[in-house]
Design a protein around this ligand. Structure first.
Ligand code: SF4
Length: 317
């Protein structure tokens, strides 16, 4: 414990994420003595990062930007839960209640964008944790990221569940005109009961759809991703139909979907939650998720339902 405190006894400088991991390993999340507590009961630990642009493989994009780690939206299916373990933090409650804030993120990004070796590839924002979770209202790091990308005319995409994105429609429109920018608002399901149970900290789905409408009206290429569809909970045809119809009614340029995948800490957390909330589904899940993905046949079936529904909705009455 004494060693943990010493690690933070560095004058006014902020720790790196590695130092945070060391502190937590020794003393648990309670050892983050300089983490700010806020009204939402989460603790916010400011950290400094060495790099902003993060290379990824096997995704439709090659670079990601994530100014925050952890997410107070706390969706039970969130695949980023497992990444919290990298900081010795838990994938359960600590994922949604201990948030790392990279305060030098925009400065670091500017330096990276200015390097002659940077090829100006698309940067995907908010892929690991939500870049418009409530604390963004205080730090405005995501807005700073968009402004930096604008300055360097660098194309970007944004994915979020946070309607706060409309705050930045001016800079999103500017970036769209200069370099191209595509926004995806994640709305897995418009049903109120499903929303409350799966995504306890997020804004109401209709509020997210109103954000889509506002972005589209501002000339921004914005769509909806039903991400993820959760088997047995949000996978009924009627729910998929209602969600696609609502997205189309709010002007979404595209409507896509994916089926939940489960691995590592995310799988452990989700299965514990399922046992509590939907014990009748547990056996079915063990059959369906023998690996990290739902069976191929199941995913094909969902894709068919979504494609068919989308075609019907777009064709009109
Ligand atoms: S909003 Fe996104 S990042 Fe945040 S908990 Fe939900 S799925 Fe995870």
């Amino acid at each position: 414990m004494e060693t943990a405190l010493l690690l933070f006894d560095l004058g006014r400088s902020k720790p790196t994420t590695r130092q945070v991991a060391d502190v937590v390993k020794l003393g648990g999340a309670d050892a983050l003595t300089d983490a700010m507590k806020r009204a939402d009961a989460a603790r916010y630990q400011e950290v400094v990062c060495r790099s902003a642009l993060n290379p990824v493989k096997g995704m439709p994009f090659s670079w990601t930007l994530n100014p925050y780690r952890g997410c107070t939206h706390g969706c039970h299916y969130c695949y980023a839960r497992r990444y919290h373990k990298q900081f010795e933090l838990g994938a359960d409650d600590e994922f949604a209640s201990v948030i790392l804030v990279k305060t030098n993120f925009v400065d670091v990004l500017r330096k990276e964008l200015a390097k002659p070796s940077w090829a100006g590839e698309l940067a995907a924002i908010g892929t690991a944790t939500d870049c418009y979770q409530p604390i963004e209202g205080t730090y405005k790091i995501t807005r700073g990221v968009l402004e930096a990308l604008c300055e360097f005319s660098n194309p970007a995409s944004v994915v979020t569940k946070g309607p706060m994105i409309v705050r930045d429609k001016d800079v999103l429109a500017d970036l769209s005109a200069r370099a191209g920018c595509h926004v995806v608002v994640s709305v897995p399901c418009v049903d109120e009961e499903v929303w409350r149970s799966l995504e306890p900290g997020t804004a109401h789905p209709m509020q997210r759809l109103r954000a889509v409408r506002e972005l589209v009206d501002a000339g921004i290429d914005a769509g909806v991703l039903m991400s993820p569809i959760v088997p047995g909970i949000s996978s009924k045809r009627s729910l998929i139909g209602r969600t696609i119809k609502a997205a189309a009614d709010h002007g979404a340029r595209v409507v896509g979907c994916n089926v939940m995948h489960l691995e590592g800490g995310t799988r452990d957390h989700f299965m514990r939650w399922l046992e509590q909330e939907h014990p009748n589904l547990v056996d079915g899940y063990r059959q369906l998720y023998r690996g990290r993905y739902a069976s191929g046949a199941y995913r094909d079936e969902i894709k068919k339902v979504v494609n068919g529904t989308r075609a019907r909705v777009l064709a009109g009455p």
